[in-house]
Design a protein around this ligand. Structure first.
Ligand SMILES: *Cc1c(COP(=O)(O)O)cnc(C)c1O
Length: 384
């Protein structure tokens, strides 16, 4: 599913030098490497302020603390995402309010938002799932109309452009990123980033990162330990200049999957939403492709849908092809959220995605032969 050794091998000399440099400096926490990373990422993401934090999950948590979310406040987010998106809201004693997703993009459906807004709604958290942007214009206009904050969960979408060319994380009030090793820009452990264009918010996030103390040991607010390690920043400073070429590799691999699935007679085009004899596999669609953007979709994941997904996955596993199910249980059906009172059937599109989706290997170092083999192996099973 993911071979991180291939990437390491290609940049081993640079990485090893950075690791040794950090070891010799014995600067462990924040410091110049983190500051350099924040500066580099401000440039890359075209935002004014970037604050390195301990993980993508902590980026979301500190963002909610940053907007001063209070117990009982409501936060609207898609029911179909990685757990952290919803988990952080509950951890703040606030109420997650789940929204349906769009069947083509897997992202929060703007049309479903208005009816979810109450007098307690404080924020919307769109997730740019798998590396493609949510419909930000509509989300921002609804948020502005109701005075809501927008926190973009861009953990899977570093560098992705919205249709107007802006980089994600820059459109809402705060952007949240993850450097978990399986993300497009991954460190050697856990790491994350929050971005904003608001100077006061940036200052507050920096204070929250160190327990809310400023000056040190004097606390006007309560924060936490959300610091990024220098060694992670050093690794990321080496990797960042390679990110665009890796993204290109992922995009190329996605185009190969599309081509091979169509040639194999398993699909007619991307973005189809109904199965038939000519479309046994539903292919992901980059909805802003053809608009001249280099980063319309960065393919953190390449997710197909197929009926009988679990059997298909078993077959692929038996042929030593790694796959993953993102995500088998939408939030509204998670046991830990039973107290919110949702039931199966409340969000049919999300449930359908959870049932049928299968992520195939997409990392940049994959060979054309490996991709061809994966498609052939899918065909072998579905044409049985
Ligand atoms: C990975 C991810 C996170 C959390 O990031 P961590 O660094 O693993 O804590 C949050 N949201 C989404 C959508 C993610 O994919």
């Amino acid at each position: 599913m993911l071979d991180l050794k291939a990437q390491y091998k290609a940049i081993k000399n640079e990485i090893d030098a950075a690791l040794i440099r950090t070891a010799e400096s014995q600067g462990m926490i924040l410091g110049p490497e983190v500051e350099l990373l924040e500066k580099n990422l401000c440039e890359y993401l075209q935002c004014k302020y970037a604050v390195g934090v301990s993980s993508g999950t902590d980026a979301l948590l500190i963002a909610l603390m940053g907007i001063d979310l209070k117990p009982g406040d409501e936060v609207i987010l898609p029911t179909y995402s990685f757990f952290a998106t919803a988990g952080v809201v509950s951890r703040m004693n606030a109420k997650p309010v789940f929204a349906e997703v769009d069947p083509v993009t897997f992202n929060i459906h703007p049309g479903s938002l208005k009816k979810l807004i109450t007098k307690n709604t404080k924020a919307i958290v769109p997730v740019h799932l798998y590396g493609q942007s949510a419909e930000m214009d509509e989300i921002m206009s609804i948020a502005n109309e109701h005075g809501l904050k927008v926190i973009e969960d861009a953990a899977q979408a570093i560098g992705t452009q919205y249709k107007d060319g802006r980089r994600l994380g820059n459109i809402g009030h705060i952007g949240c990123f993850s450097f978990y090793p399986s993300k497009n820009l991954g460190c050697f452990g856990d790491g994350g980033l929050v971005t904003t264009n608001d100077p006061e918010l940036a200052e507050r996030l920096k204070i929250l990162r160190v327990h809310g103390g400023k000056p040190k040991y004097y606390h006007k607010i309560i924060g936490g330990n959300f610091r990024l390690d220098a060694i992670q920043a050093a690794v990321l400073n080496v990797k960042l200049p390679h990110l665009d070429s890796w993204t290109k590799g992922r995009q190329h691999n996605a185009s190969l999957y599309t081509k091979f699935f169509i040639e194999a007679g398993l699909a007619e085009e991307t973005g189809r939403l109904d199965y038939d004899g000519k479309n046994k596999v539903l292919l992901p669609k980059a909805v802003y492709s053809g608009m001249g953007l280099s980063h319309d979709h960065i393919y953190n994941q390449y997710v197909i849908r197929a009926e009988g997904r679990d059997e298909l996955r078993k077959h692929l596993t038996s042929k030593e092809i790694g796959t993953e199910i993102y995500y088998p249980v939408p939030f509204h059906m998670q046991e830990c959220f039973a107290y919110l009172g949702y039931k199966k059937g409340d969000f049919p599109v999300s449930e359908w995605c959870a049932n049928d989706s299968l992520a195939l290997p997409i990392y940049p170092e994959l060979s054309e032969e490996q991709i061809r083999y994966t498609v052939e192996t899918v065909a072998e099973h579905l044409n049985k």
